[in-house]
Design a protein around this ligand. Structure first.
Ligand code: DO4
Ligand code: MG
Length: 289
């Protein structure tokens, strides 16, 4: 089952977002806000979420997907990110780094994972939205990632697609610049929906793939099975929740396992397509910020 946030196409952008449930054929959205659900966090907190959502099929009012604009699938959740959870991410980062290479090696092996703050919900870019590259960076890449959706009790209740946009030259120059390499305008995209009611075992059979297009030509494509991730989802969520609280829930990006070759950098106008089987496709266009 797939939850989303949306606006009817005819609504002004300033209109309040609506919570939706995709129909099983993916062609329509059931309007859960018309049925009284105004935010995602209250829904995600329900122990009977799957049964509750099943009850809307055939009863809630529906709109064709082509008649709505999908919004980022977060309303008040903080967005955090784990890193160096795939061997590919560790080796790429050790190559880009001048003097902090061993930090990546050590965190890959350590019990405590790397976790950093990524975005406030209101700053997240949604389906079809912009993916930012910094004007003061020279080496920019998307990071296609599976994102865990946590409820206010820290339980993993859903999954979405993330693009953890990153400036490799800034991160590589000095690890203390990581927040600048990772957190800037339009550096986080999520969407198009949140898949709920699936187990970690099932999600580990999924594949994450990315295609970067420039004026219609494919500049890079790659993929990784989710199963190549080094850590468990509960393990990552457990570390995020330590000495923390998320009254509205949280989203946790789980790290990238696909890194373009070192000579590749994004350009303005590039189209980044990230697909995760079981969720869908997140498409964003690169802008300079
Ligand atoms: O250590 C820097 C960030 C790692 C990251 O974002 C990733 O592995 O996906
Ligand atoms: Mg990342």
């Amino acid at each position: 089952m797939k939850l989303c946030r949306f606006l009817p196409s005819e609504s002004a952008s300033s209109s309040p977002a609506r919570v939706g449930l995709l129909t099983p054929d993916g062609a329509s959205v059931l309007d859960l806000t018309a049925a009284g659900w105004t935010d995602l966090s209250a829904l995600l907190d329900r122990d009977d979420l799957v049964a509750l959502l099943a009850g809307f099929q055939g009863t809630a009012s529906a709109r064709l997907l082509s008649d709505v604009r999908l919004l980022p699938p977060v309303d008040r959740q903080e967005v955090w990110a784990a890193g160096v959870t795939y061997l590919r991410s560790k080796s790429a980062r050790m190559e880009e780094s001048d003097f902090s290479a061993t930090a990546y090696d050590r965190v890959y092996e350590a019990p405590r994972p790397e976790i950093f703050f990524k975005s406030l919900a209101e700053k997240v870019s949604g389906p079809g939205g912009p993916a930012g590259i910094r004007a003061d960076a020279k080496w920019n890449v998307p990071e296609p990632e599976l994102a865990l959706v946590l409820n206010s009790r820290g339980q993993v209740v859903g999954y979405t697609i993330a693009n953890d946009m990153s400036s490799r030259d800034i991160e590589g120059e000095n690890l203390l610049y990581l927040p600048q390499a990772k957190m800037y305008r339009h550096s986080c995209a999520l969407g198009p929906c949140i898949t709920v009611g699936v187990t970690e075992t099932e999600v580990r059979t999924w594949t994450i793939s990315i295609r970067i297009e420039r004026q219609g030509a494919v500049m890079f494509q790659g993929e990784t099975p989710v199963s190549k991730i080094k850590r468990g989802f509960e393990e990552l969520a457990g570390w995020l929740n330590r000495s923390q609280e998320f009254p509205h829930g949280a989203v946790l990006l789980t790290g990238t396992g696909v890194v373009p070759p070192n000579e590749f950098t994004l350009a303005v106008g590039d189209v980044v397509r990230i697909q995760i089987s079981g969720v869908g496709e997140l498409v964003n266009t690169v802008v300079e910020v």
